[in-house]
Design a protein around this ligand. Sequence first.
Ligand code: FAD
Length: 403
Amino acid sequence: MSARGQRSEHKRSNKEMDDYDIAVIGAGPSGVMAAWKAASAGSRTILLEKEENPGHKVCAEGVLDSALTDAEIDPTNDFVSSKIVGAVLYAPDESKKVDVKGAGFVLDKPRFLSILAERAKSSGAEIRYGATVDDIRRDSETVLVSGRKGNVPYAVRCKIVVGCDGVASLLARRFFNRDNYSVVAALQYDMLNCKIHDESRLHIYVGHHKAPSGYIWIFPKGHGEANVGIGVKGSNAKQLLDNFVRTHPEMFSEAVIQKSLAAPVPVSGEVTRYVQDNMMLCGDAAGQVIPLTGAGIHTGIAAGKIAGEVAAKAIAEGNFSASRLKEYQDRFDAYFGGRISNSLKALESFEKFSDDDLNIITEYLEGQDLVDMANGYSPTRAISLLVRHPLLAMKVAYQLLTS
Ligand SMILES: Cc1cc2nc3c(=O)[nH]c(=O)nc-3n(C[C@H](O)[C@H](O)[C@H](O)COP(=O)(O)OP(=O)(O)OC[C@H]3O[C@@H](n4cnc5c(N)ncnc54)[C@H](O)[C@@H]3O)c2cc1C
């Protein structure tokens, strides 16, 4: 923009306040869905994103089919890097592995988010990229959201603000209780020239020596390209990931690291309340991630979708109170809440098993049961499969029931 253009925008933003029904902060999976649903229901909606394009944050980009079903979008080569038919979970000593079925995709997430953002725009949402939110204030009836686009200050007044602004969410830090919110560090290499023997599956490696309280992933994107990463408690993610790459020359001896990026993943479950008067919190900001897997794209999509629908209904009714907006929390909890808390229990249990225990667990459990435990469907179901190893079964049961 020319200096003159910048000056006139500056003058305009100082002079007048833009009014909206709903302001969504952040164009990640939850934000693009919230903006779409709110705008398509007729609410005057703005989506504010600090980056110039969506999808800046590092991600392994893996989703199951059901995530796209909830996003109401058919998979196309425009945003799908590769199709996945399942996953392989390797025991700590790698002598055993469990095959897990499950159709899904490794996305090109920046493209995916751009397409979903365009859909929101076509439904009437205004999208402002490069617009960092610096301040949020609530008065009796409305919320004032202000920030900078480049060096130019702007301010937006709205009736409902939806915080989809990720782990470091300003809205969450200012207005919500996140006392129990905790994250693990995740580091990922985008690699080329890998030799992955089966590119139609995700590859997951567990073990306290490899990845304490976490795991290493290889998500193939096709033609030797892969997202190779680690999520761990503690600070030595790089050392552990480098060690894994070095000790697997069959896959990585000729591989090249194209990009290396790190970001936190919330693993402590949802925050207790994610609505306030005039305010809603979605996705990572609200801790809506499946703790054992660190997967938050699907939960974010579902949360944003429900929040956008409920916010638009609240606007139509002229009631922006927490009690009206709570429909969002109730619907999300009914859909995902139990799975998040069960997965949290499973994560806390797995942390207590030794690598030897995990080697045995990998041998005795069926693939689908591991997935069910990881996704928090029903941790108790898996216990029955350990009858051939009663001592370990008791230990698993004890951990699951006491964590
Ligand atoms: C290394 C790694 C690998 C992962 N792999 C997977 C995976 O394979 N599958 C999966 O399901 N999940 C994965 N996740 C988790 C997933 O990325 C997140 O759970 C998901 O992106 C959360 O979506 P969100 O919309 O809540 O927030 P985010 O995707 O974090 O988006 C937040 C948006 O808000 C913007 N923003 C932040 N602050 C401001 C501000 N002040 N003003 C304006 N804009 C702002 C950011 O720029 C960003 O675009 C991974 C995470 C990491 C770190």
